[in-house]
Design a binder for this molecule. Structure first.
Ligand code: NAI
Length: 703
């Protein structure tokens, strides 16, 4: 039998224990692409004829067992007439391979030495035993719903068989992934072993386990086999007359989070279980058909595209070989310890950096230490990790960190002369290779850098609020910013686990600029007497995860006012009087428990509405067309490089309905001319703010 294949290498030890190592060439992650599956099937066909004692699956990639099926192949299943049958064939191949593993006449082990997700987890589920190496990095799970599908290589059948309906559905419907320890507690993996036991050592360990199970009663294998025995009540839940009740409960839970019309996959999964649980073969057949249907749908194709865009942004943060030779950023100094500066400091410390933070006010720094303490206590359960994080945060009233830092981030009040004097001082005292960054939300970089002898070292690193939860940061550059500064900022975003979006230094950059007209239109509607609840409902019906009114309250009405006032100097937007009045009165939204909504214990109090005026569609049209119009303006002015970056920025920066694929994708799909005409109609009814911006007439050449 051959031992070396394109993707797989087969090893055998003297006890007839075989190890199949996956090492897909030219990629950093292993994925189950069609060629990997076809190759594996032929190896398995040969293996079933040989007298092996056991087979172990493992990976030769660092920190990655198998990351899933090949998402790039998914994106080829578009909506052409043959797409469904091609997808079905691909999925059935995956199922066939997993069934072949399950039917091998000797024990099989998945040695999970890194991320084990989606198709990778399905492979592990087809093995008799799942053993994970200790790791704080590894994530384990079945996150397919995030791509608009559900497990298709038999995973919905086998996870249900192993874990029972509630646990399996908990995992698959949410798409959440687990750490190694949680996966063990959950029952998804059988055992955790030291990360020292890899490769050859593991086949010895397996041999020992198999010997033990033959000789002694309390062997690990016996223990795992006992763990796998299904409690009676799990089979009870699969009885014909119980399943509809369970399915009803699951559907209710899922419906609280998402709408079937927007994200059908979780509902199809529940349906699949309700109709076929207990009949594994038939459920497998229907699983493949269901996934083939889903994967060729627009929703899944859009979600897959978003996943690819996310990877594109991530790759911008990857250092090249040359860059890695430069001295990395170690010490960060932050100036301004308010809402943003404080949160940025805490986040950077959490991600492993040493951070000194200066503020002109002592009490701000004292308050920051309290905030950090709470955050690290919540996030870092181990005492030494918590202590080390607290030690890395240095309150710095004398601004001493300025001289030592590799990166200085300014986050003081939004005032040009104050910011200029911060950087003027920094240029005199900081190390010559220190990178300067501002968190300004609206001041052009060139205005700030006027005071610098070397303006090329200034870049914008624009974080969003709340820093710990928002995945995106805008990397702002002007013509004067050097490529080196820009690259350093992009890489820094990767080091702190954020997605970087390169934008030009224009008012509002991308995210605030596109979001503001949408929020202001919601306020306009509110002033016209449309209830807040109804406005939010219209946006959510369109697919937004949160309505604009609730979002404004969450962001803070003072912040909305300051961004809108700034933008109104450059764009055709009007700041509603109500907003100005409320901010003057200190009615700032969630943080003062009163904004558009009243808040109790952080939750908005919403009333039932009996509004009879505009329809939900008319409202969502007004909201969304302001957003689309501004997005087209940004693309036309090249605030971002291309429509892909624009879509990614708006999705990760504002939460724009991911299943619609982003504003530009939506416009293209709906038809540019049709959208343009709707804007003209809206401008006739509601005024010049709906006038189509420059860029619509040339849009077809860029999309
Ligand atoms: P903040 O008012 O909460 O904090 C500003 C802090 O800077 C205060 O603690 C103040 O004492 C300190 N400060 C002022 N002048 C100083 C100086 N010369 N030296 C040292 N400390 C000084 O403001 P916030 O909201 O944190 O905003 C900071 C920056 O971040 C602004 O440029 C803002 O536009 C930007 N930003 C704000 C966002 C938000 O949601 N709040 C989102 C993204 C950016």
């Amino acid at each position: 039998m051959k031992t070396s294949y394109t993707n797989w290498q087969l090893e055998k030890d003297e006890k007839q224990i075989y190890t199949l190592n996956l090492n897909k060439p030219d990629t950093s992650a292993n994925v189950l692409s069609q060629d990997v599956l076809i190759e594996l099937q032929s190896i398995l066909d040969d293996m079933k004829k040989i007298p092996a004692r056991a087979l172990i699956f493992q990976s030769r990639k660092k920190d990655c067992f198998i990351a899933g099926a090949d998402v790039n192949e998914f994106s080829q299943f578009d909506q052409s007439s043959t797409a469904y049958s091609e997808a079905l064939q691909a999925i059935q191949l995956g199922q066939h391979v997993m069934n072949s593993i399950e039917n091998l006449p000797f024990p099989t082990f998945a040695l999970i030495n890194g991320h084990c997700l989606g198709g990778g987890m399905e492979l592990a589920l087809a093995c008799n035993y799942r053993i994970a190496l200790e790791s704080s990095i590894t994530r384990i799970g079945l996150p397919e719903v995030k791509l608009g599908i559900h497990p298709g290589f038999g995973g919905s059948v086998r996870s249900n068989r192993l874990l029972g309906v509630f646990k399996a559905m908990n995992l698959m419907l949410s798409g959440r992934t687990l750490s190694v320890n949680s996966a063990k507690r959950f029952g998804l993996i059988d055992n955790i072993i030291s990360d020292k036991i890899t490769g050859h050592h593991f086949s010895h360990t397996v041999n020992q386990w198999l010997d033990d199970s033959l000789n002694k009663k309390d062997s690990l294998i016996k223990k795992i086999q006992a763990q796998h025995i299904r409690p009676f009540y799990l089979s009870f839940l699969e009885l014909n007359f119980i399943r509809p009740i369970v399915a009803y409960l699951l559907t209710r839970l899922v419906s609280k989070r998402i709408k079937k019309a927007h994200y059908p996959a979780p509902f199809e999964l529940i349906n699949l279980w309700q109709l076929h649980a207990g009949n594994d073969d038939f459920m497998m057949k229907k699983e493949a058909e269901s996934v083939a249907g889903l994967i060729t749908s627009e929703t899944a194709q859009n979600l897959i595209r978003i996943f690819q865009l996310q990877n594109q942004l991530k790759s911008l943060a990857q250092p090249s070989k040359k860059d890695t030779e430069d001295k990395p950023i170690q010490h960060i100094h932050i100036i301004g310890g308010g809402v943003m500066g404080g949160d940025i400091a805490i986040w950077c410390v959490y991600k492993g950096f040493t951070v000194s933070i200066h503020d002109q006010a002592n009490e701000v720094l004292a308050n920051l230490v309290k905030r950090a303490n709470q955050f690290f206590k919540l996030k870092l359960k181990k005492k030494h990790l918590y202590q080390s994080a607290m030690d890395r945060l240095i309150p710095d009233i004398n601004n001493n960190g300025l001289k030592k830092a590799d990166l200085i981030i300014e986050a003081i009040i939004e005032n040009i002369s104050a910011k200029q004097s911060v950087f003027k001082n920094a240029e005199q005292l900081a190390k010559s290779n220190c990178l300067f960054a501002t968190n300004t939300s609206s001041i052009p970089l060139d205005d700030i850098s006027q005071v610098l002898t070397d303006p090329s070292r200034l870049v914008g690193i624009h974080f969003f609020n709340p820093v710990s939860r928002m995945p995106l940061i805008e990397i702002v550059s002007s013509n004067k910013t050097s490529q080196q500064s820009k690259t350093a900022a992009l890489q820094f975003s990767g080091l702190i686990g954020k997605l970087p979006l390169p934008v030009t230094s224009t008012p509002g950059f991308l995210v605030n600029r596109v979001l503001t007209p949408y929020l202001l239109e919601a306020m306009e509607l509110y002033s016209e007497g449309v209830p807040a609840e109804y406005i939010d409902k219209a946006a959510k019906q369109f697919g937004m995860p949160m309505g604009p009114i609730e979002l404004s309250d969450k962001v803070g009405l003072d912040i909305c006012l300051s961004v809108a006032s700034n933008l109104s100097q450059h764009q055709n937007i009007r700041v509603p009087d109500t907003l100005t009045k409320w901010v003057e009165q200190g009615r700032l939204g969630l943080k003062t428990n009163m904004g558009f909504y009243q808040y109790k214990k952080g939750k908005s109090i919403k009333n039932k509405t009996h509004y009879q005026g505009l329809s939900l569609e008319q409202i969502s049209n007004r909201l969304m067309f302001r957003l689309f119009n501004e997005a087209v303006a940004c693309l036309n002015e090249k605030v971002v490089e291309n429509d892909d970056y624009l879509d990614a920025g708006i999705i990760f920066g504002t939460g724009f309905a991911p299943f619609l694929g982003g504003p530009m994708h939506y416009i293209k799909h709906q038809g540019i001319d049709e959208m343009d005409h709707t804007l003209i109609d809206l401008s006739k009814d509601y005024g010049t703010r709906f006038n189509p911006v420059m860029g619509w007439n040339t849009l077809s050449s860029v999309l």
